[in-house]
Design a protein around this ligand. Structure first.
Ligand code: GTP
Length: 158
């Protein structure tokens, strides 16, 4: 398990085991790959980030992951793999988020991308995300660093 602080100095607990903090997390985050590129979205307020969001009432976390990817990028998930989970101990409340890896099979233009400007494809993620204002705060702590390592390992094993 990893413990560190996020960019707001909230404590974050991260683990790549099965449901370490909660069986029914209310949030999901999806690291997406399409045609050997990273697929991100541009949130209207937060900036560049991997897609994700809240699990709706009665919805399963993995279904929320597939739905959020479609809503925020127009991408269809071919394969969704659970990677891990993290817990953020915020000032007001604690949230738990599942992390997934998604292989995307198609990208379709949409008239709306909900609270985002839609898909952004990137060959490489820049080194300087932590200090880059274009990126969302959810990309600025060690959840991203550790999760990308997990994905790279997964891609190597294929
Ligand atoms: P609602 O008012 O219920 O919509 O909640 P909210 O808009 O305050 O946000 P949410 O419930 O998504 O998250 C609550 C707090 O948790 C945020 O203000 C962040 O501080 C923190 N948080 C949410 N997601 C993440 C994340 O992916 N990483 C980190 N580090 N913090 C997060």
């Amino acid at each position: 398990m990893f413990v560190f602080q996020d960019s707001y100095q909230n404590e974050v607990h991260l683990s790549f085991t099965n449901d370490p903090f909660c069986l029914n997390p209310k949030h999901v985050w999806v690291i997406c790959r399409y045609k050997d590129q990273w697929l991100l979205t541009k949130h209207k307020e937060r900036g560049l980030e991997f897609p994700g969001g809240k699990v709706e009432l009665g919805e399963k976390a993995k279904d929320a992951a597939v739905r959020e990817v479609m809503e925020e990028t127009g991408a269809e998930v071919k394969e969704l793999i659970y990677l891990g989970q993290y817990k953020v101990l915020g000032r007001g409340k604690t949230i738990v988020k599942n992390i997934y890896f998604a292989e995307i099979c198609s990208l379709t233009n949409q008239t709306s991308y909900f609270e985002t400007y839609g898909p952004i494809l990137m060959q490489d993620l820049p080194e300087s995300i932590k200090t880059n204002n274009e990126y969302s705060f959810i990309m600025k702590d060690d959840v991203l660093v550790h999760s990308i390592k997990q994905v790279e390992q997964l891609l190597c094993e294929r």
